[in-house]
Design a protein around this ligand. Structure first.
Ligand SMILES: [Zn+2]
Length: 230
């Protein structure tokens, strides 16, 4: 799960913090800051991304339009998460934790809890996968896992092409292909031995929390954002 930084609340021309009359009004700003990707499953959101409330608006109406409570999500993650109240500390969140360290990805399109987390970290990561249904079997409507697997295959081919041809132009093209296909964490996993490409992905996907990775693009080994950097 890509760790993100949404930044301070957008400001209007007069310099004041922008008040959103409706949470939908934050969509363009969120997309500009975070890119059009689901904040949880990383699916590219080509059609009307959902503005996601980290803490449900039904339980916390005062947070319905608060910038700090908003992310972007696909319909599947949004509906799996539902409107039950969530204790933030029981889960891992892309805008609060180093989620790059918490999860692993494989060629089958699966998401796993990374080995080596503390027992408490393991519990939070497991609950997060369950909350969002990230390992749900693909259905006609829920295509998250299928598209994740497809992104893996595309990334593998891109890696092969790069090994055969190399060159700056192809590296830029691979970066752009990743942006088009989404699933940042899949690309970071497939290219984990290529620090140059990992750094390009971190810089290209808007809002990626750079401080969660070292200079080689490897996730820093802690789920805590504090001390890791934003
Ligand atoms: Zn999603």
């Amino acid at each position: 799960m890509r760790p993100v930084t949404r930044g301070d609340s957008p400001r209007c021309e007069a310099g004041d913090e922008r008040e959103f009359a409706h949470y939908h009004d934050a969509r363009d700003d969120l997309e500009a800051r975070l890119g059009a990707y689901c904040s949880y499953c990383e699916l590219p959101l080509q059609h009307s991304p959902h503005v996601e409330h980290v803490q449900p608006k039904s339980c916390h109406p005062e947070l319905a339009t608060r910038w700090e409570n908003l992310l972007l999500a696909c319909g599947h993650c949004n509906s799996c998460k539902g409107s039950e109240d969530v204790a933030l500390g029981d889960y891992l969140w892309p805008d609060r934790d180093n989620t790059a360290w918490a999860f692993g990805y494989d060629s089958g399109g699966n998401v796993n809890v990374r080995a080596g987390l503390t027992p408490a970290g393991n519990d939070r990561a497991t609950r997060t996968i369950d909350l969002l249904g990230l390992t749900n079997r693909p259905t006609v409507s829920d295509r998250r896992r299928r598209w994740r697997r497809h992104a893996w295959d595309v990334a593998l081919r891109a890696k092969g092409n790069l090994a055969a041809n190399g060159g700056e132009a192809l590296r830029r093209q691979v970066r752009d292909t990743a942006l088009g296909h989404g699933f940042f964490s899949v690309w970071m996993t497939v290219f984990r031995d290529d620090a140059d490409m990992c750094r390009r992905f971190i810089e290209a996907f808007p809002g990626t929390a750079d401080g969660c990775f070292d200079e080689s693009g490897v996730p820093k080994p802690s789920i805590e954002r504090r001390g890791v950097g934003a």
